[in-house]
Structure formats: C-alpha cells, structure tokens
Design a protein around this ligand. Structure first.
Ligand SMILES: [Fe+2]
Length: 132
C-alpha cells in the first residue's frame, strides 16, 4: 500500500488532494486483489474512474506548473503522456481479456510504482516554484 506523506507535498493543496485520491484508488485496487475475485462491474467502475480522474488531474497539474513557470513542466507533460500510453495499452488488454487478476495486478504495481517515483522526482519540483 502507498501512503501519502509530507515528502509528496507539491506546495499546491489541490494537487496534493488529487494525488491522495489517486493513491487511494490504486490502494483500493490492491485491496480488491487481495480478496475473492472482484466482479467485472466493480473493476469497470474503478478503472473508468481512474482513467478519467488521471486525465483531469494531469491537465490541472500541468496548468499549475505552466503558470508557476516550473522548469519541470515539459518533463512533467512527457511523463504524463507516457503514463496515458501505458494506461491505454492496459485498457486495450482489459477490453479483450476482462478483469484477469494478473492483468489487474500488473496495472496496480505499475501505477503504484509510477505515481510514487513521478511525484517524488517531477511533481515536487513545483514546490520551489510556488514559493518564489
Ligand atoms: Fe505530474
């Protein structure tokens, strides 16, 4: 399980709230995978929510970085594009194969690792830009 902590703070309370929500949804997926196989309806709902929330969040965060003239802005956009490509590939497989535990586990692990390293290496660069 991922836990939001101060080291993830970006200096923007709204961005942080959105990160907490993303982390909560990824953890929700992990909890679902530790129990009996979840229904397709539950998986569909979670995946659709994650897919649309991430798009909204990325847009919002990119606007924040652009406005703050953060030097990480371009790198952030590229990383978001790469994540959306990864998520798109997952969705193609999900549509073809359904809620296979192995497939969902892959998404959960990839999303969890990605968000942690992305926030810590890119998003937190916003903090210094909002201060100045
Ligand atoms: Fe980001």
């Amino acid at each position: 399980m991922l836990t939001w902590s101060e080291q993830f703070a970006t200096g923007s309370p709204l961005v942080d709230t959105q990160h907490r929500m993303l982390i909560e949804k990824i953890n929700h997926l992990e909890r679902l995978l530790s129990g009996p196989p979840p229904s397709k309806a539950i998986c569909d709902e979670l995946i659709n929510f994650l897919g649309s929330y991430v798009v909204t969040h990325f847009k919002f965060e990119e606007q924040c970085m652009e406005r703050a003239r953060c030097p990480a802005h371009e790198k952030n956009k590229q990383a978001h594009t790469a994540f959306l490509a990864l998520f798109g590939k997952f969705k193609e497989r999900y549509a073809a194969e359904g809620p296979k535990p192995e497939l969902l586990r892959n998404l959960q692990t990839a999303a969890s690792d990605w968000i942690k390293s992305h926030i810590l290496s890119v998003d937190i660069q916003l903090k210094a830009c909002l201060k100045s």
